[in-house]
Design a binder for this molecule. Structure first.
Ligand code: GDP
Ligand code: K
Ligand code: MG
Length: 292
């Protein structure tokens, strides 16, 4: 029998209920949830597998008007996820005003099927639901509209069926096996690496590797330490920046990502280490996981 697999992006304003929906979806019918790598293409939060399907859900930062460059790049990420997704789930709070047309325009242009999920219907009347369905039908002409309550798991099974129907035939993108601690560390390292790619120019990002050296969950905080590895002292100075200003930025932005992902407080320590020419040394490449 053929296998279906694909990427499903969950987008919407902050607090629309994206993360609640994600939890509900991955709890729906699942053998494994794998928060594997944050690749450059996707922020992977959950992979749902069954025998014939692999659904790679990716949560995105809430759609906001960018105030500073990192947020701009976060919004570029959202845009990227619109392009790459096989299916887009656009989550909207039934009570939220929607006057930002830029996101709507982008959704209209994407070639991937878009499903509008009108969320939080547990807090509204049937008339409100009907009028919102009409509103979104008129405004976006989506492939499908669902009225749901992510919090109460209402309507989530229907979304899962819709996704399975729409998924393209494809071999699994990721192994259909278990989450390990190593994957979590890798994921954390990728978050740091992503910030380095965004904050530094020229050869710096390409000369850099990140290794998570400690990951410890305590009652109220997760303590993480990582090494940023560069090839030369001059690169170390650039990474650190004047009075530590640059590495502080890396740490702050990476920590924000981690806290959102872990959904809890993170204490992040970053160290910079010089390993001359690490990129051309087999033992280091192997150690950093580039041996295959
Ligand atoms: P996100 O920022 O889009 O990821 O939104 P969250 O999933 O963090 O949810 C934001 C808030 O909305 C939380 O307080 C959720 O409990 C609440 N919420 C999410 N879905 C529902 C729903 O279906 N009904 C109600 N009443 N609240 C919801
Ligand atoms: K939230
Ligand atoms: Mg969220």
């Amino acid at each position: 029998m053929s296998h279906k697999a694909g990427f499903v992006s969950i987008i919407g304003k902050p607090n629309a209920g994206k993360s609640t929906l994600m939890n509900s979806l991955v709890g729906e019918k699942m053998s494994i949830i794998t928060p594997k790598a944050q690749t450059t293409r996707h922020r992977i939060i959950g992979i749902v597998n069954d025998e014939d399907h692999q659904i790679v859900f990716s949560d995105t930062p809430g759609v906001i008007k960018p105030n500073y460059s990192l947020q701009e790049s976060m919004m570029n990420f959202v845009q990227g996820s619109l392009i790459d997704a096989d299916i887009i789930l656009f989550v909207t709070d039934i009570h939220e005003k929607y006057d930002e047309n830029d996101v709507i325009e982008k959704l209209k242009k994407t070639s991937s099927p878009v499903a509008v999920l009108i969320n939080k219907i547990d807090k509204s009347s049937e008339e409100e639901v009907k009028s919102k369905i009409d509103f979104w039908q008129e405004k976006l002409h989506p492939d499908a509209i669902f009225a749901i309550s992510a919090l109460k798991d209402h309507g989530v099974t229907g979304i899962m069926q819709y996704i399975k129907e729409k998924l393209p035939e494809h071999a699994p993108y990721y192994e259909k096996d278990e989450l390990t601690d190593k994957n979590m560390r890798f994921f954390i390292a990728e978050m740091i690496r992503e910030k380095i790619f965004k904050l530094y120019d020229k050869e710096i990002p390409y000369s850099t590797e990140v290794v998570v050296t400690a990951y410890k969950e305590e009652a109220n905080i997760t303590r993480i330490a990582a090494e940023i590895i560069v090839e030369r002292d001059s690169q170390k100075n650039i990474i650190i920046g004047k009075a530590g200003a640059m590495i502080k930025k890396v740490g702050t932005y990476a920590r924000q990502d981690m806290e959102e992902f872990i959904d809890g407080k993170v204490f992040l320590e970053l160290f910079v280490k010089v390993i001359p020419d690490w990129r051309s040394k087999k033992n280091y490449l192997k150690k950093f996981g580039y041996d295959d």
